[in-house]
Design a protein around this ligand. Sequence first.
Ligand SMILES: Cc1cc2nc3c(=O)[nH]c(=O)nc-3n(C[C@H](O)[C@H](O)[C@H](O)COP(=O)(O)O)c2cc1C
Length: 207
Amino acid sequence: MQFDMNELTSIERYKLINSTITPRPIAWVTTLSADGVRNAAPYSFFNAVGAEEPMVVLGLLKDPRTGGMKNTATNIVETGEFVVNMVCEDDVEIMNMTSIDAPSELDELTYANIETIPSIHIKPERIASSPVSFECRCLKSLDIGTKQTIIIGEVLMAHIKDEFILDKKKLYLDTPAMKLIGRVHGSGWYARTSDLFKIDRVPPYKE
Ligand SMILES: Cc1cc2nc3c(=O)[nH]c(=O)nc-3n(C[C@H](O)[C@H](O)[C@H](O)COP(=O)(O)O)c2cc1C
């Protein structure tokens, strides 16, 4: 069966994309508004898109209530700063709590009782329980016409909990021990990263 995106409604397009491009990592994004209000929200239209410079991308859809930008998008566009906190199994409920559609005046970190730690290069704080957090500066925000905002961010600083560093010199990390989760199909489904397998990389091509 084929689906011509032009013939679908926006919710139908969302369903197809959301249920097939999986699993997706989740960026639990912390920001500050221009007025200094703290915000947290999860975004799974997220990935790493570069290493030199280290870069991440976020896809922020329009706010279904207002048709305008979500608070995270407004804050990043206005302040140019955000933290991506990776989500572990223990944090899934509290992460979910911060997906609440709340007014911009609400401090969502206080609301969800989330402990934070000051960042080094930027003003928004990082989430203390997160195994890995990235302080990011917005390099580009693309408003692509329908109030979908794409943010390209440069990673300025990575915070990785000491317990996950296996070899500091070689930068071997115990990623499975971080128990990071991903977003999968439908509404409310998640994947653990505990069912792994390994294959060796193929050698270079030879005539
Ligand atoms: C696991 C998860 C992933 C989500 N991913 C996205 C996403 O990629 N893009 C988006 O616009 N909304 C996403 N949402 C919904 C936002 O988190 C939600 O609209 C939130 O209220 C936005 O908050 P803000 O206005 O404070 O930024 C996701 C929600 C959950 C629970």
